[in-house]
Design a protein around this ligand. Sequence first.
Ligand SMILES: [Zn+2]
Length: 507
Amino acid sequence: MAANGNFYITTTIPYVNAEPHLGHALELVQADALARHRRLRGQPVRFLTGTDDHALKNVAAARAAGLAVREFVDANAARFRGLREPLGLSFDDFIQTSADARHRPGVERLWRQCAGRGDFYLRHYQGLYCPGCEQFYAPAELGGGVCAEHRVAPEPVTEENWFFRLSRYTGDLLRVLRSGRVRVEPATRRNEVLAFIRAGLTDFSVSRPAARAGGWGIPVPGDPSQFIYVWWDALANYITALGYGGDERPYRDWWVDSGERVHVIGKGVTRFHAVYWLGLLLSAGQPLPSAICVHEYLSAGGAKLSKSAGNVVSPYDLAGRFGTDAVRWWLLRDVARLGDTDFTAARLVTRANSDLANGVGNLQNRTLTLVHRHREGRIPRPAGVARLGTELVAACQALPQLIDDALAGFDFRAATGAIWSVVQAGNRLVETERPWELAGREEQGDAAAAARLDGLLGVLAEACRVLATELQPFIPAGASALGGQFRTHRGAIAAPVPVFARLVSPG
Ligand SMILES: [Zn+2]
């Protein structure tokens, strides 16, 4: 069947046991940039995010806070949903798994489909469970006896659970990942997943006794003594939000018939997405995602972001202090594709000042000030100065394709780097052509200088326009303000206003 050209993109749904931190902002902003980029290119896009309410961690955190689980979960979910404005997010949908009427019927349908395939069996189970990960670990997976993610020793748990026959899908999983039918980016992550599968997949527990779930979650269809494992429940959100198990029209439009179904995730949950989630979908006979884009982690002051380390960076605070564009630009421009990146406010400020205020802002301000001062606000459209600024003209022409290619590989640094090379080429051209001197000579009656200034301003203004367009997915507010400077009244632009404030370095 021919795909419909739609683009569906999701983030993971975080636990709501605490306030959102900068790591959440990274994933949201990455997914948002991809969504905005496709919209800019005219593609129909649906961008989903939300919260994983059924995690047992939420129950524990609510108890610790002395609040009812419902109240606690709703309050924290609102803090995630509320990132929309400070981070400039454009999600089309937000699912809250415990409160959204769409979710439970879809989870149950997915369960029944896998059950219909004979993929569940009851098993008495003894294992090591990390409540932080909501996951059982084999002893061999625990370096020094502790979970690598949480640095704590998992608890021994003995219980009867429903198990999912993941092992049955080993061959299928290898095939879809090797063939690229499901793309995992970057390739390093794909290779890790392949190695994990080749080492042998074991069936995994997909339910827990109702008592241990504390009555929080979704009961197993046909067996109310068990609750569905939170990861199963959470992964299903990607399709329950599309009405899977209810009104399935959006599910058909955005999943079954969609050209691309993309999950943006953190490296810690690669296995859940690139193995378990694919296994569930294969069992249920549903289409697979087309790509899984894996990001790395942020640290602050060299340590992992965590409440216990006391270095949690609030995206609300950052956006309030430095502005949405500066935060987004740092996340998309400075964060490495492989390997963790250390955040400091000083780095964010340096990046924003060098690229935005001194880079894009300076180019725009110089260009439009000259147009305003020497051409009565009318942007020249010169002919016959073709050789002027060829490097800049070529860079502008190449830019959209470079961004498309970089983002197709989920390489945000390469995409923003391509923008930066246009900015540099523009500012270099100003330095070499010295338009203020051309303007001086024009005033002395030098016609050649006047023509050259026309050519130069035309080329520079066109570069600013291209930048205003191509920056939209990355810094939507600044891009829109830049684009607004080209609005004309009787053919003339208004005097330019600086778009990017110079930020003061902290400390
Ligand atoms: Zn853990």
